[in-house]
Design a protein around this ligand. Sequence first.
Ligand SMILES: Cc1cc2nc3c(=O)[nH]c(=O)nc-3n(C[C@H](O)[C@H](O)[C@H](O)COP(=O)(O)OP(=O)(O)OC[C@H]3O[C@@H](n4cnc5c(N)ncnc54)[C@H](O)[C@@H]3O)c2cc1C
Length: 379
Amino acid sequence: MQGFALYPFDPPGDIASLRADLRAWLAVNQPQSDVVARANCWASFDPDFSCALGAAGYVGMTLPARYGGGDRHPLERYVVIEELLAAGAPVGAHWIADRQTAPLILRYGSEEQRERYLPGIARGELYACIGLSEPGAGSDLAAVRTMARETADGWRINGQKIWTTGAHFSHIMLALVRTEEGSERNVGLSQLLIDLDTPGITIRPIIDMAGHHDFNEVFFDDALVPHGALVGEHGQGWKQVTAELGLERSGPERYLSSHALLVALIDTAGPDPAPAIATLIGELTAEMWTLRQLSMSTAAKLAAGEDPMVEASVVKELGNAFEQDMPRRVQAIVTSGWDDEDDLARLLRALLIASPSFSLRGGTREVIRGIIARGLGLR
Ligand SMILES: Cc1cc2nc3c(=O)[nH]c(=O)nc-3n(C[C@H](O)[C@H](O)[C@H](O)COP(=O)(O)OP(=O)(O)OC[C@H]3O[C@@H](n4cnc5c(N)ncnc54)[C@H](O)[C@@H]3O)c2cc1C
């Protein structure tokens, strides 16, 4: 049976000055965005900020210098991500490209793909989206039906993706598609890097409950992409996607989505909070600290080249529970009304609406618990 293996978080170099430099940079360069935009900041789209961040060397940090990257250690990147999220910086534009598309291209992509895409990602200029979910394949990803048929001219794609965050502003999609006709389940799948301005691709918005346009439906109608769009090995899409999900599940974004609310609660409570509020602040801080240790340990295991599938899933599940419960726990003790316009009330309102989705994105709770149970030998 596998347990939660704890790894020492031991980044090279002077982490204290990396943090201090970034904080000083943010003090000058972070836009004065609204408190609500700061809450779920890894969904906030600000291309100017992404470019400035790229120019300062905080995007593509772990990519090799020959592709425009920073040649930095993954745990240095972790520290930078943690600082950006805690500050509520608008990192949504380049977020997916930096977090998972670039590492995947580096690991599985061809030299041509690396040279073509990685420098733009490292500059904070080239954005990517994740083409996994389909109307009949969300949790059950092996049910993917979007088909790419190999022809003399390239791959001809037909099908539909859904819930594609940021497809409307992204340049590329890394899509899981069926490349072997008649194949079933997790066999016969491959990953394609698709330029989203390819003829035959239609992107339609899905507006969420809060009125935001983050999601899209993406339709492929005989869209033709070159042979060179194949990432990695033909038929190995399942294995590659699993590696991608490991990168997606354990970062600090999995417990910091409601962080702005904790900060607002502390600010509102002032130096002499009521006992119930002081207790809640203490509880939330202690829980966040524990999650931070688990997340850092998972990042260290990933950085050591090992597969932290179970640990990453534990961090995601516990982290999502924490960031989902926080708005409800705060609501239970503060006197803010639903219509109040102070920062705390507006944040609370926004997070009460958004937080149910936290345990869906990146894999739903039930599925994540199934992965943990299997990893622990319980099923
Ligand atoms: C904010 C957000 C952003 C997203 N961004 C993207 C994106 O960029 N790209 C992308 O491809 N997708 C994205 N998604 C989609 C997300 O990955 C899917 O919604 C998710 O995988 C669930 O799939 P589904 O919606 O089809 O639900 P279903 O699979 O239909 O699940 C419905 C319910 O049944 C449960 N269930 C399903 N199977 C089992 C099982 N075997 N055992 C127990 N319970 C089960 C689920 O847990 C869930 O509660 C995003 C979702 C959200 C909320």
